[in-house]
Design a protein around this ligand. Sequence first.
Ligand SMILES: [Fe+2]
Ligand SMILES: [Fe+2]
Length: 308
Amino acid sequence: MSGERGVLTPRLLTHNRGVNTPRSPSRFGINMRILFIGDIVGQPGVTFLKRAVPALVASEGIDLVIANGENASGGLGMTPGAYRQIREAGVDLVTLGDHIYKKQDIISVLEKDERVCKPANFPPLAPGKEFALATARDGTTVAAFCLIGRTFMRPVDCPFQAADRVLRELEGKASCIIVDMHAEATADKYLMAHHLKGRVSAVLGTHTHVPTADEQIMAPGTAFISDVGMTGPYDSILGRRVDRVLYTTVTFIPSAFDVATGDLRLGGAIVDVDAATGRATAIRRVMLDEAGLEALRGTVQVPVGENL
Ligand SMILES: [Fe+2]
Ligand SMILES: [Fe+2]
């Protein structure tokens, strides 16, 4: 994809000490920049997030941060405490996925808090809001919502009709709209991106925990990537201990799939959006590991209190 118009060169931040990446040109010269972060896995993921987000925000001039928190607590679900930590790390909006209700304490938060949302194609009686809203640092109102795919996943309502319904609800409320497409199949993600291109700023994939290299801008201005990867231990099977998952897979004897601890990384994408039109002008993958984070922290001043 490199060289394609509107797509910045992908990079592993470990090997790139450059900071303050210039924003891509905007028709009106008022681009805003959004950091979208893939599934946060367990306390190791939350802890790495708390260290990485302030550094990324400072170095990249991020206006708003969105993260998927469905695996934040023990790898399944998100407790109110984990939600608080994620928000305090600098995440403005939190999306979720198929594991949303695994920690049921979160339900009262989902019913009240405007910064977190349930998958919009869950049944109407499933608790939570269908979209989340916040004002970015540049003053732009940004909306985020998430959808669950229907291939190799628990049956849910039609994600295409749900997206259309949420967009009608968002009319006049937000010009910059980011969709977290939480699906197993890449085809489900591409189909949603084509369904929504020109109607939202970005359709960004989560759930598989494995990043893909297909970031692109779909005309006339919707950023897309099949999956941004997870935020947590990469020395693992999708965030869980390799020995446990391998043992159970080979022997069929159940074991506890505890969250792993090694090779912590933040997986995500940075999207530049023309704030006047809501159209994306660039997308770039982010894969930040421990060495990359240390390099980053050496080049930026992280505000006091955020230097966790
Ligand atoms: Fe996940
Ligand atoms: Fe998921």
